[in-house]
Write a protein that binds this ligand. Structure first.
Ligand SMILES: C[S@@+](CC[C@H](N)C(=O)[O-])C[C@H]1O[C@@H](n2cnc3c(N)ncnc32)[C@H](O)[C@@H]1O
Length: 309
């Protein structure tokens, strides 16, 4: 019997799942934290994302009336740009830029002079560079491979440094604070959308729900501290006027409910194929554990300033 189209696509799905699983295993065994990060992120193909029309990789900001992850993720990117007081003509650094989706938005809506992006995942850098060409934004968007903790950039060269849902990965986050301080111009602003435990008493190993496996694998050990310690570390790096705003109510639970509905949506099942869909269904089966784990986490927008000269 000749293989039908659905048999062929099932076989493709199995091979893809096998490749993803192998890369994931390799990532778990990779000692160097940045290489591990790059391997983990290289397992996420852009067509397996939960967003439909964009390539954001964040929980989103679910304000009233928001019904898609595309809109929620865009709202989060807008919230962070506003928190950083981004303005036309600025020199902006975006660290951990994913596929660069927020940079296209910021370039068009805020009209900075340039946005330099740093990311340790080579596959994402290549996709973002292609996107910049397609959007005809190469005069503004400059996506580079590089690390948040050893920035290949000169001192005092940026008005804003932004990190959208990624600083918990950095090895460690305090080295990023020092680098952000170094590359900011006097008076420049650091704005971060970040994840942390709600209290010092929460153990990282207590997070058990499979959709949060990234907490065990890619949340740097040294970064596991709550808001008050976070602020102390910013002050120690030289920053002034730190502010924090928890947006956990507008991130974790609305995202959880949205993804659950998404997995049940036949159009999503068709897009990702039956094999990956089965993996997701299994991974998302224990909602009580997921809710319990999210209760222990905070999602915070943090802003701080380098003192003016
Ligand atoms: C959760 S994704 C967020 C991506 C994007 N900001 C967004 O909101 O869609 C985290 C990103 O951080 C990047 N990353 C992790 N560690 C990094 C490091 N040390 N330096 C630069 N980028 C890093 C990953 O490659 C990935 O692109």
């Amino acid at each position: 019997m000749a293989p039908t189209r659905s048999m062929r696509s099932d076989l493709k799905g199995v091979l893809r799942a096998f490749r993803m699983g192998a890369t994931w295993q390799l990532a778990q065994r990779t000692k160097d934290p940045e290489r591990r990060m790059a391997r983990i992120y290289s397992t996420i193909p852009s067509d397996y994302l939960f967003a439909d029309h964009s390539t954001y990789l964040n929980y989103g900001y679910w304000d009233a009336g928001c019904t898609s992850l595309d809109d929620a993720s865009q709202a989060l990117a807008e919230l962070l740009a506003e928190a950083s007081e981004m303005a036309a003509g600025d020199d902006v650094l975006d660290v951990g830029f994913g596929f660069g989706e927020q940079d296209v938005l910021w370039a068009r809506k805020w009209q900075p002079r340039r946005i330099v992006g740093l990311n340790v995942t080579p596959g994402q850098v290549a996709i973002a560079q292609r996107r910049a060409r397609e959007e005809q934004l190469t005069d503004v968007l400059d996506f580079r491979e590089g690390s948040a903790t050893a920035m290949p950039l000169p001192d005092a060269s940026f008005d804003r440094v932004l990190a959208l849902e990624c600083a918990f990965h950095f090895h460690p986050r305090t080295a990023f604070f020092q680098e952000a301080y170094r590359v900011l111009k006097p008076g420049g602003v650091l704005a971060v959308a970040d994840i942390m435990p709600r209290s010092a008493g929460t153990e990282r190993t207590a997070i058990q729900a499979p959709p949060l496996v990234w907490v065990a694998l890619s949340f740097d050990d040294a970064n596991w501290y709550p808001q008050d310690v976070y602020v102390d570390k910013l002050l120690a790096a030289g920053f002034t006027d730190p502010t924090t705003r928890s947006i956990r109510e507008e991130t974790f639970d609305p995202w959880r409910r949205h993804i659950l509905a998404k997995i049940a949506d036949p159009a999503f099942r068709r897009r990702v194929g039956p094999v990956y869909h089965r993996v997701l269904t299994r991974r998302w089966s224990d909602q009580e554990q997921l809710k319990k784990d999210f209760e222990t986490l905070d999602y915070v927008v943090v802003v701080a300033r380098k003192p003016a000269a």
